[in-house]
Design a protein around this ligand. Structure first.
Ligand code: PXP
Length: 250
C-alpha cells in the first residue's frame, strides 16, 4: 500500500491572491479555507496532510496549521526551511513530522532538493533538535547517493525524494527513463541505509501510473494536481481518485 499525503498549500495560495491583507484567515468571505480542505481530504482517504509554512508566509499561515491541528484526523507533515525561526516554531507546535526543504524567495514553488551533504553541521544540529523532541525529520533531497548517505549520517530517519525532474521529463522518453532509474536506485539505497523513503513534487494523475511502480516508496506527497482537479470535482473526489491511482490493486 502506497500512502498519500495531500499538500494543501495551493488552497492557501488562492486565498492569499485575494485576501492577503485581511486580518482573518477564514470565515465570512475569506475563502478557501486550507484547514477545511485538509479535513475533507482526510475524510476522502488522505493518509496525512502537508502544509508548508514559508519564511515569507506567501501561502499557508501559522493560523491555518494550528486550526487544522485542533481537529486533525491523520497527521501533519510540516514542510519548512531549517531557519532558526522555523525550527523554534516546529518545536513549539509539535507536528507529526517535519520535512526540511530549501527555500529561495524568487522561486514559485520548491525547486531542487536540500543540500544535506554540503551542510552537514547545520543538518545535524536541526535534525537532532527535532528528533530529540520526538519529531521525525524528512530531508527533501534529489535522488543522489551523496545526499542519501548524508541524510542518514546526520540522523534523519526519513527522506523525501524529489520527483520534479521525473515529472518534467514526462514527454522525453529517454530522460524520463533516466529519472526513473535514479529514483529507483535512490530508493533502494535509502532502504538499505534504514531510511523511510517518501517522494513527491510534480506528481499528477497521468505520471502517477509510472511513479507508483517505485514500489519501495512509503508515501507520495501530492499537492498541485489534486487541488487543481478539485476545482472541477470537489476535493473529496480528487483525493479519492489519486489514492485509488496509487493503489490500483487494492
Ligand atoms: N513535496 C515537497 C517537499 C514539496 O515542496 C512539494 C511542493 O510544495 C510537494 C511535495 C508537492 O508538489 P506538487 O504540488 O507539485 O504536487
Amino acid at each position: 500500500m502506497i500512502l498519500l499525503g495531500v499538500n494543501v498549500d495551493h488552497a492557501a495560495t488562492v486565498r492569499q491572491a485575494r485576501y492577503r491583507d485581511e486580518p482573518n484567515t477564514f470565515g465570512g468571505f475569506v475563502e478557501p479555507d486550507p484547514a477545511e480542505i485538509a479535513w475533507r481530504s482526510e475524510e476522502a482517504g488522505a493518509d496525512g496532510i502537508t502544509m508548508h509554512v514559508r519564511e515569507d508566509r506567501r501561502h499557508v499561515q501559522t493560523e491555518d496549521v494550528e486550526r487544522y491541528m485542533e481537529n486533525k484526523r491523520t497527521r501533519l507533515n510540516l514542510e519548512m526551511s531549517w531557519a532558526e525561526e522555523m525550527v523554534d516554531y516546529a518545536l513549539r507546535i509539535k507536528p507529526d513530522s517535519v520535512c526540511l526543504v530549501p527555500e529561495h524567495r524568487e522561486e514559485v514553488t520548491t525547486e531542487g532538493g536540500l543540500d544535506v551533504a554540503g551542510n552537514r553541521t547545520k543538518a545535524r544540529e536541526v535534525t537532532s533538535a527535532l528528533v530529540d523532541a520526538g519529531i521525525p525529520v524528512s530531508m527533501f533531497i534529489d535522488p543522489e547517493s551523496s545526499q542519501l548517505e548524508a541524510s542518514a549520517e546526520v540522523g534523519a530517519p526519513w527522506v523525501e525524494l524529489h520527483t520534479g525532474s521525473f515529472a518534467q521529463a514526462w514527454f522525453d522518453q529517454e530522460a524520463r527513463t533516466r529519472e526513473m532509474e535514479a529514483l529507483r536506485s535512490g530508493m533502494t539505497l535509502g532502504v538499505e541505509l534504514g531510511l523511510r523513503v517518501n517522494a513527491g513534487h510534480g506528481i499528477n494523475y497521468d505520471n502517477v501510473v509510472e511513479a507508483r511502480t517505485l514500489d519501495q516508496v512509503h508515501e507520495f506527497n501530492i499537492g498541485h494536481s489534486i487541488i487543481s482537479r478539485s476545482l472541477f470535482t470537489g476535493i473529496e473526489e480528487a483525493v479519492a481518485s489519486m489514492r485509488a491511482s496509487l493503489n490500483p490493486d487494492s
